[in-house]
Design a protein around this ligand. Structure first.
Ligand code: SAM
Length: 200
């Protein structure tokens, strides 16, 4: 069976890489590997989410589907008063995210492996960030990710998602609007858009 980036336990030979990049005006380095999402460079959608995400100074934030960690690690670096949870189903990605937190000098992160919200238990968050795994299946993964966000946000907490406009963009927007009642597009570029919805 073909191995996807969202395989729980990748078996492909590990080919490690290092991505150096400038995000929100700061330099970062990320170890990457074969078998994880966008291993050669920061994905353009993730970059748009990173450059546009708006977070509170204090509180707890979740990066769900963290991959090797760019979204959550930049959030933790820029907002040192936050505790940032980072979760992913892919064990190889989670190990890299842990290592990358150390590499970039962030200690205000908690990295966990598991399916969707299972690793966070009953916790609630001030914001949930994701570049959701559209290829993993809309009904199986994306719908529960969006519905579950409503249940795991505090009142006033936000869901911030990036999506490729021509790859599930419309379906994701109507899903978010259906669950949250309203949404805004906070950034656009390169065929991607960032959607933001607030629980209120
Ligand atoms: C589009 S990638 C984004 C990765 C990372 N945030 C980035 O920006 O490079 C989506 C991530 O969701 C993860 N994923 C897929 N299905 C999942 C599930 N059921 N639960 C948690 N994470 C999942 C994949 O392994 C992948 O790392």
């Amino acid at each position: 069976m073909a191995e996807h980036y969202f395989t729980r336990r990748p078996t492909s030979r590990k080919r490690l890489g290092l991505v150096r990049c400038r995000l929100r005006g700061r330099e970062f380095e990320f170890f990457t590997s074969s078998g994880v999402f966008s291993s050669r460079r920061i994905d353009n959608g993730s970059r748009l989410l990173i450059e546009s995400m708006a977070l509170p100074e204090r509180g707890v934030v979740l990066d769900i589907g963290c991959g090797y960690g760019p979204v959550g690690i930049v959030a933790a670096k820029l907002w040192p008063g936050l505790e940032v949870w980072m979760t992913d189903v892919n064990e190889r990605a989670v190990k890299l995210a842990d290592r990358n937190a150390l590499r970039n000098g962030v200690e205000n992160v908690v990295v966990k492996q598991g399916d969707l919200y299972e690793p966070v238990g009953e916790r609630v968050f001030d914001a949930i960030l994701s570049n959701p795994p559209i290829s993993a299946g809309f009904e199986r993964v994306v719908e529960p990710l969006v519905s579950g966000a409503w249940d795991r946000l505090v009142d006033g907490g936000s869901l911030q998602l990036v999506v490729q406009t021509n790859k599930g963009g419309r379906a994701l927007a109507s899903l978010v609007e259906g669950r949250f009642g309203a949404l805004e597009v906070t950034a656009r570029g390169g065929g991607f858009r960032v959607l933001r919805a607030v629980r209120c």
